[in-house]
Ligand binder design. Structure first.
Ligand code: XMP
Length: 328
């Protein structure tokens, strides 16, 4: 029978065996999955694990700081922060196709991890290991595998950046201790490992970040617009006490769409922001969340008043299926 401590013991054992005498790196995204995967690996091999947080320029407001401060404080994990925003934005310039964006982001993540691994090897001293980094830890979950076409007979719905988006010439073996688990099980494992409540209950956020929430090509200006709108939506949902009620609420910028508006005494020709609040147990299926009208109204008023270039806020009332949770 399935018990949280049984899963932890089995994974810790399997990780120790796989890692052998080498070192391991782990990509941290700030989300629950990679945080729990890293905590499991830390329990298995301690300081032989180095975590790498990649700031790809597609993050939401405050995310880098959260990982740098809160996660390190809670776990004492060894962390490298890499500012790779220029590199990701250059690789994504002019790209509009969702699968192409996902593949590019997956590939760039790996290139950054490879460089970080070389640094870990170069910095290594007489620490009782063989000095090599052969494995990369990822927080891949069972639904990520299925929807990237990895399950038996499964169709490729979208290539999650850490499954179908990996480059062919990958130089690491993978350690994926959560690969058979669903999100609620991962949260249980995280809680049992002593991770803080705020971390365990954080809403999902995709690894490719805001890059798959801009419909159209990605630019620094568009990212700034989306980041501002997203922050307002998150603030208002939190203020209304709705964080646990909703599974997640993607905020999407329709960068390729413009509509006519009027603000002050002038015409505007701006972009719509889509709110996509969903309720779900495992992200495999989802329903749109019936948010209170007053909350929707506050979010809409604030976004259109406070964010330049946005003159309309629309609500996505589609379940999954037929929609997916993210727009790309
Ligand atoms: P979809 O859009 O497929 O999303 O209904 C299901 C869940 O997965 C998240 N998601 C991702 N997470 N890398 C991730 O780490 C990805 O490439 C990715 N794509 C989607 C999404 O936010 C939702 O929770």
């Amino acid at each position: 029978t399935w018990t949280t401590s049984g899963v932890i013991d089995a994974q810790v054992e399997a990780i120790r065996e796989k890692a052998g005498t080498g070192k391991v790196i782990c990509g941290l995204s700030g989300g629950v999955d990679s945080a729990v995967a890293a905590a499991l690996v830390q329990r298995a091999i301690g300081d032989r694990l180095t975590c790498v947080f990649v700031d790809h320029g597609l993050l939401r407001a405050g995310e880098a700081e959260q990982v740098e401060n809160d996660y390190v404080a809670a776990t004492g994990i060894k962390l490298k922060v890499v500012d790779a925003a220029d590199r990701f934005l250059a690789a994504l310039a002019g790209v509009r196709d969702p699968e192409e964006k996902r593949k590019i982001i997956g590939r760039e993540f790996i290139r950054v991890f490879e460089r970080a691994a070389r640094q870990v090897v170069a910095e290594g001293g007489a620490d009782g290991t063989d000095g090599e980094v052969r494995f990369l830890v990822q927080g891949t979950l069972y639904p990520d595998v299925v929807e990237s076409g990895g399950g038996e007979g499964a169709a490729n719905i979208k290539s999650h950046h850490n499954v179908g988006g990996l480059p062919d010439d990958l130089q690491f073996g993978l350690i994926e201790p959560l690969r058979t688990l669903f999100k609620d099980e991962v949260r249980a494992v995280g809680a049992e490992l002593g991770l803080p409540e705020a971390m365990v209950w954080r809403q999902p956020f995709p690894g490719p970040g805001l890059g798959i929430r801009i419909v159209g090509d990605i630019t620094a200006d568009r990212l700034a617009t989306l980041r501002a709108a997203d922050l307002i939506a998150r603030d208002e949902l939190t203020a209304a006490g709705l964080d646990r009620e909703i599974w997640q609420c993607p905020v999407v910028l329709l960068a390729d769409v413009r509509s006519v508006g009027v603000q002050g005494d002038g015409r505007t020709y701006g972009h719509p922001i889509v709110l996509r609040p969903v309720s779900s147990d495992d992200a495999m299926t989802a329903d749109w969340t019936r948010l209170p009208y007053e909350v929707l109204s506050r979010i809409s008023t604030r976004i259109t008043n406070e964010v330049d270039e946005v003159n309309r806020v629309v609500l996505d009332v589609t379940s999954k299926p037929p929609g997916t949770i993210e727009w790309e």
